[in-house]
Design a protein around this ligand. Structure first.
Ligand code: NAD
Length: 328
């Protein structure tokens, strides 16, 4: 049995990752450490069977609890999803982003090093990062893993900080790691503060959807299951101390995401009027990046990963899921 510590596993991507791992990888015992902030929800994991899974409520900044997990289980790998993740919140209250996304990472690295340093073989620390670390790519080539980092928000700056610590522990202490720079995820169980669930919730409750600026910001949307499959591939086959971009390399404007969801919902539930009646353009976010663009050649070439779910298909699944799970 391999023992994997997943942090932030009660959040959107983390809980999807746990389900993916639990279903398809029977040789893993999963330990989930989550502080259960406003973004963490144990309901996301209610289908978990206790057999190969245990949950600890706690903060990744707390050396004691992380070390306790290591003394209870022979942890082989850590996948760090735990983060403050919402850009708008980071613009209002950046400190907690630095605390979790930087100091929290340092604490996890310290505990890993303490427990692994006598034998680093077959150990791995996966830091889940974001395409936002490259900053705005409008008018630029797609960013590959060597592109200079140029974050625009306190959120993305804090994710850069976390990555830099991971790299430094790799170089100074030979800690085995991979950094994954994923694009925008969507799918079941995402918190409704994020664009896609927000659009669905507002249309269903017959309220207008606030769209920032002109709505023409472009994002690379990846279905969460494709992202989880990529992270797992990197965990198992990624070359030590390498960084991998993980996205679809297809860009869609926010306004087009809105139109696709509106059309999907209109086919399934009663909605009056056309899509224009459901939109309200609002003042743009401070420093809002126009475009994220990833070059994902490396993960395709080295690990043979590629996305499987097309945007329309993924959005259809997502809409269906939210219609069935209205408490979200
Ligand atoms: N969602 C995306 O589109 C996306 C894209 C690229 C990268 N990422 C990265 O993936 C990771 C997960 O993102 P998400 O969308 O699932 O986030 P989320 O906000 O839905 O979940 C974060 C989880 O971390 C937990 N958490 C927060 N602070 C903690 C702390 N100090 N200690 C322990 N647990 C804590 C929360 O309770 C929550 O369960 C993040 O690191 C994020 O930067 C997300």
């Amino acid at each position: 049995m391999k023992y994997i510590l997943i942090t932030g596993g009660a959040g959107f991507v983390g809980s999807n990752f746990i389900e993916y791992l639990f279903k398809g990888f029977k040789d893993y015992y999963i330990i989930n450490l989550d502080k259960l902030t406003y973004a963490g929800n144990l309901k996301n994991l209610e289908r978990m069977n206790k057999g190969r899974y245990n949950f600890f409520k706690g903060d990744i900044k707390d050396f004691g609890i992380v070390d306790k997990i290591f003394s209870k289980y022979p942890v082989d790998s850590i996948v760090n999803f735990a983060a403050e993740s919402h850009v708008d919140r980071s613009l209002k209250k950046p400190q907690v982003f630095l605390e979790t996304n930087v100091i929290g990472v340092q604490n996890l690295l310290d505990v890993a090093l303490k427990n692994w340093k006598s034998n680093l073989r077959d150990k791995k620390f996966i830091q889940v990062s974001t395409d936002e670390v490259y900053g705005d790519r409008q008018g630029c080539e797609p960013a590959d893993e060597s592109t200079i980092l140029n974050p625009s928000s306190p959120y993305s700056a804090s994710k850069v900080g976390g990555e830099m610590l991971v790299k430094a522990y790799g170089r100074s202490y030979s800690l085995p790691y991979n950094i994954v720079r994923s694009s925008n995820n969507y799918g079941p169980k995402q918190h409704k503060e994020k664009l896609i669930p927000l659009i669905i919730e507002r249309i269903m409750s017959k309220n207008k959807v606030p769209i920032y600026g002109d709505g023409k910001q472009k994002r690379d949307w990846i279905f969460v299951e494709d992202n989880c499959r990529g992270i797992m591939k990197i965990l198992e086959e990624g070359k030590d101390r390498e960084i991998y971009n993980l996205g679809t390399e297809k860009l869609t404007e926010n306004i087009d995401i809105f139109k696709i969801i509106f059309k999907e919902l209109k086919e399934k539930i009663e909605i009056e009027g056309n899509y224009k009646d459901s939109i309200e353009f609002v003042e743009d976010r401070l420093g809002h990046d126009r475009e994220y663009r990833l070059n994902c050649d490396k993960i395709k070439r080295e690990l043979g990963w590629k996305p499987a779910v097309k945007l329309e298909e993924g959005l259809e699944k997502t809409v269906e899921w939210y219609l069935k799970n209205t408490e979200y």
